[in-house]
Design a protein around this ligand. Structure first.
Ligand SMILES: [Zn+2]
Length: 108
């Protein structure tokens, strides 16, 4: 069983997925499985999910954070495109409704 320490400068914070116990573990424990000190469930220490507190030249973590940033950027772009499409469809419906009202009032 890996040791859990409170050494802020090279540590990461995360929650136990089972009991939500907040804990701090050594940075080099990332990806290592250990037992939760609170509920005893085995947990995988999340790798690279926290913003780095210290620049350590951790390339893997930087790459992972970059990937997360890029994917959220793509999601935001897709959401924008969907919003634009909905706006366009709504605009057409309103135009059709206005035309229908105009033609309706003309024929009366
Ligand atoms: Zn737990």
């Amino acid at each position: 069983m890996a040791k859990i320490v409170l050494h802020k400068s090279s540590a990461i914070d995360f929650q136990c997925p089972h009991c939500k116990q907040a804990m701090t573990v050594e940075r080099d424990m990332q990806g290592i499985e250990f037992d939760c000190p609170s509920c005893g469930s085995s947990i995988n220490c999340p790798a690279g999910m926290q913003a780095p507190r210290q620049q350590q030249g951790n390339d893997d973590q930087a790459r992972l954070l970059e990937t997360i940033a890029r994917s959220s950027e793509e999601t935001a772009k897709a959401a924008r495109e969907i919003r634009n499409m909905i706006a366009l469809v709504l605009f057409f419906w309103i135009a059709i409704a206005v035309l229908a009202v105009l033609f309706g009032s003309l024929s009366i």
